[in-house]
Design a protein. Structure first.
Length: 365
């Protein structure tokens, strides 16, 4: 029986490379609370990503929750996309804010600034877009809207590690950018995340918020959570960073093979990646429509029968989930895309033979 091919596979260093880091942790006896490896990873990430300040977290969701809190958002509406993972919306509700879902641009899968502007009311306090699949949002237009209406702009950059847009890190746009270092991401620390900010004062506030709001031994300024990344996770991150460029190059190779193979198949559209200084090829989504002979769900099942596990990412949209029904809005483009999109397997160790098998199964109808 053929081994299953999943939509992604965690990138891991050689185990013997990890052992010296574990030995250092055992010797230091510092396991958490922003230890030396944690501090080193923050510094090295700032250098690699081209950002000024970064605060590491135990996961991207807690980082999102904390980012909203760090900006002092305690009530009001936050405009966001329904075409995203649930963590984006959950972080808004966890902060007692109201999510307002607006429609996307189907070409990019990102939030449409025109719809953002239409949704602004006197209750709007922030915009929370997502760089979906690592494709940059219309950052200039969104910043213009935020400035005009005095709104905070926080990017869910879970997919955007390492992307350089118009000569600078995509993470430098907006007030804050939030990353995920989950095992499935381009850069992972098993579990993890981070907030990128623009001042030492904001980093200090974020660092206190991720540590229960503790200022010193006898002072606590905020009611907040424990979002600290452990030394073991930081150690893995330091190792991952050594090989990240190789990881991105391998992803690019597979992306190009897929893209060139589907160019002449009617009813299969590859979501375009805009011309970037540096891309990360974080996902490979295709959009299935007529005259392709199979529906998205039928193709999904066909691949599964052949031990290939693609992913309907993102499906369903947020407002089709029972827990978000009360935030219902009219987002036909997001709903249509969610019913047609399929992310194909993409990871550095995916062999070319497997890639060709996937392509042939999609072509053979």
């Amino acid at each position: 029986m053929n081994n299953p091919i999943y939509v992604t596979q965690p990138v891991l260093p050689e185990l013997d490379e990890f052992i010296p880091y574990l030995e250092q942790i055992w010797k230091n006896k510092i396991l958490t609370n922003c230890g030396p490896l944690h501090q080193q990873l923050e510094q090295e990430l700032c250098t690699y990503l081209g950002v000024d300040y970064i605060s590491l977290f135990n996961n991207g969701t807690i980082a999102l929750v904390t980012a909203l809190q760090a900006l002092g958002l305690t009530e009001g509406e936050v405009i966001t996309t329904p075409y995203t993972f649930v963590a984006t919306a959950h972080s808004i509700v966890w902060n007692n804010l109201t999510p307002v879902f607006v429609d996307i641009d189907p070409k990019t899968s990102n939030i449409d600034p025109i719809n953002v502007e239409k949704a602004i009311t006197d209750k709007t306090v922030a915009i929370l877009p997502v760089h979906c699949y690592g494709i940059p949002c219309d950052v200039e237009k969104l910043q213009e809207i935020a400035n005009l209406h005095n709104l905070k702009l926080i990017y869910d950059a879970a997919h955007a590690f390492g992307v350089i847009h118009q000569g600078k890190s995509l993470l430098k746009y907006g007030d804050l950018s939030v990353m995920s270092f989950h095992a499935t991401k381009v850069f992972n620390t098993f579990e993890g995340g981070a907030i990128v900010c623009h001042s030492a004062e904001m980093k200090q506030r974020i660092d206190r918020l991720k540590n229960f709001g503790i200022v010193n031994e006898s002072t606590i300024d905020d009611i907040s959570l424990n979002g600290k990344l452990s030394e073991v996770h930081a150690a893995l991150g330091l190792l991952q960073l050594k090989n990240i460029d190789h990881t991105l190059q391998a992803r690019q190779k597979i992306d190009r093979i897929y893209r060139s193979s589907f160019i002449d198949i009617e009813g299969i559209r590859c979501i375009e990646r805009i011309n970037l200084v540096k891309d990360n090829y974080s996902y490979f989504p295709i959009v299935i429509s007529e005259p392709y002979p199979l529906s998205r769900d039928e193709l999904f099942e066909k691949l599964k029968l052949n031990n290939i596990f693609a992913r309907k990412y993102f499906y369903p949209i947020m407002t089709d989930l029972a827990v978000y029904k009360k935030y219902q809005s009219d987002t036909p483009e997001a709903k249509r895309l969610s019913e047609q999109v399929l992310c194909l397997p993409l990871y550095p160790d995916l062999c070319i033979e497997s890639v060709e098998k996937i392509i042939n199964l999609i072509k053979d109808n």
